[in-house]
Design a protein around this ligand. Sequence first.
Ligand code: GDG
Length: 460
Amino acid sequence: MEHNPLSRLIVISNRVSAPQPEQPAAQGGLAVALTAALRESDGIWFGWSGDIGARHDLHFETYGGVTSGTIDLSEQDIEEYYNGYANRTLWPLFHYRLDLTEFERTFQGGYERVNEAFARIIAPHIDADDLVWVHDYHMIPLGWLLRQQGLANRMGFFLHIPWPPTRLLVALPDHRRLVEALFAYDVIGFQAEEWLESFRHYVTHEMGGTLGPDDTLTVGGRTIRAIACPIGIDAQDFIASAASATARDVQQRMRESGTGRGLIVGVDRLDYSKGLAERFLGYERFLDEHPDRHARVYLLQIAPPSRSDVETYQNIRDSLDQLSGRINGAHADIDWVPIRYVNRGYPREALAGVYRAARIGLVTPLRDGMNLVAKEYVAAQDPADPGVLILSRFAGAAEQLTNALLINPYSADDISDAIDKALSMPKEERIARWRPMFENVRDHDVVWWRKRFTEALEAV
Ligand code: GDG
């Protein structure tokens, strides 16, 4: 029997992370998974170049077998579409932070204008048989706009962040218009069952939609599939990173500088959704309640800055500086600092070494679509002597990593108790909890995720 040739894959996301001459290996799990599929199918990855430019020129580049098509945006575009609607309206709202959500007509206008420009520029480069896969909240209406350009392709959309409950979403002016646009896609993927349920709730309660078999949803005669399709990490690569010479060096450095103290690690973009202040307060509670543990543990928080053009992100940086300073001032001793707080990024292999050296991985987002750090921490552990993952129940990852110590990140008591429990946990229990999580991370890796999504799309 003859097999259909692989359909060409077109990926569209805000930023393109295909391999670059300065960075020959694709960075990050998502880039690796998509790059492989793009290379095999001779596909193209479209997105914003990251540069400012007056005209919306499309610039093609092929490197490492992958073609990317990038577009410059004007300063106004970046302010209204990226810093504005994407990061000051949708991001906080979808992370349940109505208090931080800004509603500005100019943001919405800029968002629609940039999405229209993307659709107009990209459409001529898409062939009828191509699979089109659009990513994330920056690009929600793009599929609908591509249809306006006459495209009848199979089109899918994957949301990397949570889908908010209906009662929050209706606070967004024109919420219905945004969700209706999603019905231009054939398949929509969410990170977790919980986000999928919220989406279904909106569609059935606000749009009069109905649920059908095989994850289908019908509104006004149009039927699409909405699935939960949790993203994974490049597990093999991460396991190898954790055993690399760099990772071993870093582990050694940590051991020497830690002088036998138990390391608790957190790694997050500096973002209010990650629950960093709550984490510090939970750790402070632990120090208050367990004086006997002083000088026997320390928390290393790696937090590279992100979105620093947005004021809320500057504020969070200031408040964390203060909080870590206060906790260290109150608890440190001449030869011990309870929190090492570092505002910079580290190479992947070094990070893997830090994870492996850590007794506890402390992951406490207030809301997170998935959270890959939790999976990376699990993948990096020594099978014979693994550390303990403490994980927020509000991360998408909690649906899969059920053997973690699941906590409520808003409760300092919960965080404190979990740290105490993790530090006293016998090796047998650590192994028994770690093993099923490891198998889950290994088997549901980023390639599994990509295949599950593209197969759903191929089947349309
Ligand atoms: C969004 C969603 C979803 C961090 N610091 C360094 C570094 N990192 C890497 C981590 C991890 C990635 O960044 C962060 O991924 P997360 O999943 O934790 O969080 P977001 O950036 O918010 O990602 C999230 C994800 O999309 C994928 O769908 O899981 O829910 O919010 O890989 O390792 N990497 C290096 N040095 C650092 O200092 N090399």
